[in-house]
Design a protein around this ligand. Structure first.
Ligand code: GBH
Length: 481
């Protein structure tokens, strides 16, 4: 590997693009500004303020609702080619439905989009990053099949409003969090715990919602706007603890990534090999008379298959996997164990862990994942939509610089040595923000945000200067002092 990392290989391909990401609930604040509707995160944190340490919540967050001009300025300071942010569904459609469009919400996102474009920064827009309108949750949210239609209607409104200027779209961020993480523990909004039925019902319905939203763009908007739409999966890389667990590791990858990718990206469509059978056996073991894992009809398979313009994914960390020992208990999936496969996930030995307990640094995982994805789904375009490292704060964030450097090195090896077509890299995050139920103590920002300051002043960290330099030189051969 060292030999292949020559100076020339440390340059990114021509046209390769760099960005940084945020998400609406994590940065915007303005939770009830003008006519904005309530989202499941608003309800979740207000119902029981102790859900996040120190009673923290996203009511104000980075106050990007008011600080959007500074956000654009930061993106420009970094020299970003694109800025990935998400839309708050309830800020645009206060009821969740298309009967009322909020003028204030539309104005907010128009300002942001136009401001970015004025600085030559491309907006990369996510339609859904976990903040479901509460009225739709009241109708069972992602476990009600009708949500596919409601989400598609929301998507049409958004494409109509912003499609003339936004060319890069994500439908849903990290479906495995929306379905598996949420329902397994109930620790995320809407706080419903139902680990045996809900994650799998949600899995299928969410794919249908994505497919409908993709097809609406493809049929009604692509001919005039020529943009691209995809979903963003969260992908953990999994290694077998020993040779004997190779098959288990492969099944774990299919379970973690394949359940949200195979139906869309594989030639044949439908669930990934092996998974339906495992889920059927699990359902019987748990006392159900039939599989709790919903099958696709041929028509549904065809609707979902091929609904992508590129493959986008977020990648942070890796695990080793082994079979559970008799009587061993499982930590909740997905970041914990894989009870469905009788698998125990282990942290890579000796790797550095950041502020958040799941954040083990394992840069090789990036390259192996990219190679695996190309093998699975073919020589398609790959977009890294999030990659980043949590610290406890401070402007001198050497650990974050090393993380980005090492993960970018592995991405370059995948591009240069393995011929994987990666076109975009996105750092999570542009700035510190509400790290969901972990609160504000875990910081992922290239920019530090002072949450004690009513102005929410942003200050660049060392990593911001490093990233700006990588982007300016289009190369990893940079020094930052
Ligand atoms: C991403 O999730 C998110 O897109 C982003 O909003 C977030 O701020 C960022 O990364 C940093 O965390 O699985 O039950 O243990 C990364 C994947 C999935 C990791 C959820 C933490 C915690 C809940 N995350 N997981 S659980």
């Amino acid at each position: 590997l060292a030999a292949s990392c020559t100076a020339s290989n440390r340059t990114f391909p021509p046209g390769f693009k760099f960005g940084a990401a945020t998400a609406a609930y994590q940065i915007e604040g303005g939770w009830n500004a003008t006519d904005k509707g309530e989202s499941i995160w608003d309800r979740f944190v207000h119902d029981d303020p102790t859900r996040i340490p120190n009673n923290e919540n996203g009511d104000i967050a980075c106050d990007s609702y008011n600080n959007w001009e500074r956000d654009i300025e930061m993106a420009a300071e970094l020299g970003l080619h694109f800025y990935r942010f998400s839309l708050s569904w309830s800020r645009i459609l206060p009821t969740g439905f298309n009967n009322r469009i909020s003028e204030d919400g539309v104005r907010y996102y128009n300002n942001l989009i136009d401001g970015l474009l004025a600085r030559g920064i491309e907006p990369f827009v996510t339609l859904y990053h976990w903040d479901l309108p509460q009225p739709i949750q009241d109708l069972s949210g992602w476990t009600n099949p009708l949500i596919a239609e409601w989400f598609a209607e929301y998507a049409r409104v958004v494409y109509t409003l912003f499609g003339d200027r936004v060319k890069l779209w994500n439908t849903i961020n990290e479906p495995i969090v929306v379905c598996d993480a949420v329902y397994n523990t109930g620790a995320y909004a809407p706080g419903v715990s139902n680990s045996e039925v809900a994650p799998y019902v949600c899995n299928k319905i969410l794919l249908m919602a994505h497919a409908k939203a993709w097809r609406i763009y493809d049929e009604e908007f692509k001919p005039k706007y020529h943009g691209k739409v995809s979903i963003t999966n969260n992908l953990l890389w999994v290694e077998p603890a020993t040779e004997e667990f190779k098959e288990l590791a492969e099944l774990a990858l299919q379970n973690f990534g394949g359940r949200y990718s195979h139906p869309i990206y594989s030639k044949e469509g439908g669930w990934p090999p092996g998974i339906e059978e495992v889920m059927f056996q699990n359902s019987l073991k748990r006392g159900y008379s039939k599989s709790q894992f919903p099958a696709f009809t041929q028509e549904e398979k065809d609707l979902v298959r091929g609904t992508f313009d590129f493959f986008a994914f977020n990648h942070y960390t890796s695990r080793y996997i082994r079979k559970a020992k008799e009587g061993e208990t499982f930590a909740p999936f997905p970041v914990g164990d894989v009870e469905d496969l009788d698998g125990i996930n282990m942290m890579p030995e000796g790797s550095e862990v950041g502020a958040t307990s799941w954040s083990a640094v394992f840069p090789e995982g990036m390259r192996r994942l990219l190679v695996w994805l190309k093998e699975q789904y073919g020589d398609i375009e790959f977009v890294i939509a999030e990659n980043g490292f949590p610290t406890y704060g401070g402007l001198e964030d050497t650990s974050r610089i090393n993380y980005h450097k090492e993960y970018l090195e592995q991405m370059l090896l995948a591009i240069n040595e393995d011929g994987v077509n990666v076109t975009h890299y996105t750092a999570w995050s542009l700035m510190d923000n509400l790290e969901w139920v972990d609160g504000y103590a875990h910081k992922f920002g290239l920019y530090e945000v002072d949450f004690t300051d009513p102005k929410r002043t942003r200050t660049p960290r060392q990593s911001a200067y490093y990233y700006a330099s990588v982007i300016a030189h289009h190369s990893l051969d940079v020094s930052i002092d």
